[in-house]
Design a protein around this ligand. Structure first.
Ligand SMILES: Cc1cc2nc3c(=O)[nH]c(=O)nc-3n(C[C@H](O)[C@H](O)[C@H](O)COP(=O)(O)OP(=O)(O)OC[C@H]3O[C@@H](n4cnc5c(N)ncnc54)[C@H](O)[C@@H]3O)c2cc1C
Length: 338
């Protein structure tokens, strides 16, 4: 059933106030059919909402917010090396990682403690500590809200890349992801080479770590580094690390040899945090919003602010970084502005 005039401040990790004209949870094609054909919302914009941890709600929303309710973690196939599981969009991502490491499966441990729901994971191909969703993803199921037809895309059709996928493109704007299918290994190689991971395991005197121990170590690192949205509104990293051509990178590195960078195929990924910090933004507050004191990539909402203030702050940072380094920073969260 559609609720009218709802404030979704508690449903976004920035804790930004946002009144929406309609809000509903749907877990079946019949319920979607009803919601999408409700006369009050014909020709009104729609927003699909998961856990709200990657959104900047910059204005009130005059349309219909749809929160998927497909749930469950189901083993659909298994063999001697692996299991294939199908997960409903409304399952919290970290619950899935916990389920996976508790069952001694390999593949999701480095993605521990990423907030949000499984349905949103393919959107930006969530990634952390040297791993990405696409490493384990076999397929994504979705419903096209315009036709209400169900589809399944194989992983290679999802066009996964660094913080991107087909689901971020224009034709997919009306696709509601209902489930993801992943393949997890019964045994595998752990990725421990990301800075800080082995050090944390050493500190905990773990010599031959299990996936559960890696997930626990990464959770501790994250708790130490990132503010908890329940205490301080944020959406994790606000800007993507810019990926630029080798030539541009070489010119920049000749001037700033200390700029952290990583090769990606024939391009180079730069540390957005470093660029922002050099412009003096780390720890700076602008009224009700600011840049976190320990992490230049994390924009925070101290309370009683609004999305326009965050947008203004983000714009100021983008302008400074562009003026100084000639680099365009792109926001990672989806900005909702109608
Ligand atoms: C403290 C913190 C740390 C974070 N760390 C990381 C990290 O390490 N790596 C990382 O990649 N991200 C990180 N994030 C960002 C965020 O957690 C992920 O992007 C997450 O996948 C968002 O999930 P969500 O359910 O909250 O999505 P939402 O914020 O609800 O939605 C995000 C986007 O996905 C769309 N969407 C959501 N669900 C669906 C669906 N079922 N079908 C179609 N579209 C949908 C929305 O319309 C929106 O465009 C972090 C965020 C926070 C707050």
């Amino acid at each position: 059933m559609i609720q009218l005039n709802v404030d979704i401040q508690d449903l976004n990790s920035f804790g930004l106030p946002c009144k929406v004209a309609g809000y509903c949870q749907v877990g079946s094609i019949e319920a979607l059919d009803k919601a999408c054909h409700d006369p009050k919302f014909q020709n009104k914009p729609r927003l699909i909402l998961g856990g709200g941890s990657n959104l900047l709600l910059a204005t009130d929303f005059p349309g219909l917010v749809i929160q998927p309710a497909w749930s469950g973690i189901k083993i659909i196939e298994h063999d001697i090396d692996s299991v294939t599981i199908k997960i409903g969009a409304a399952e919290p991502w970290h619950k899935l990682v916990t389920w996976s490491v508790d069952n001694h499966y390999f593949g999701l441990e480095n993605l521990a403690s990423i907030p949000g729901w499984c349905g949103a994971a393919p959107m930006q191909n969530i990634g952390a500590y040297g791993a990405e969703l696409s490493d384990a993803c076999l397929a994504v199921g979705y419903i096209n809200l315009d036709t209400l037809v169900q589809h399944t895309l194989a992983a290679k059709e999802c066009l996964f890349g660094y913080r991107t996928s087909i689901f971020k493109t224009q034709p997919a704007q009306n696709w509601l992801i209902t489930d993801i299918t992943l393949r997890l290994l019964r045994d595998g190689e752990l990725k421990l080479d990301y800075p800080g991971v082995t050090e944390m395991l050493d500190q905990q005197k773990v010599q031959q770590p299990s996936p559960a121990q890696v997930a626990a170590a990464i959770t501790r690192i994250r708790q130490h580094k990132l503010p908890d949205p329940a205490m301080l509104g944020n959406a994790g990293s606000f800007f993507k690390n810019p990926v630029i051509s080798g030539d541009t990178a070489n010119a920049l590195l000749a001037q700033y040899p200390e700029l952290p960078h990583w090769p990606i195929d024939d391009q180079v990924k730069l540390s957005a945090a470093w660029l922002i910090e050099q412009c003096g933004w780390k720890g700076r507050r602008q009224g009700a919003v600011g840049v976190h004191q320990n992490h230049a990539l994390v924009l925070v909402h101290y309370g009683n602010g609004n999305g326009q203030q965050l947008l203004q702050l983000a714009g100021n940072i983008q302008q400074d970084v562009n003026q100084r380094f000639g680099i365009d920073l792109q926001p990672e969260p989806k900005v909702i502005q109608v």
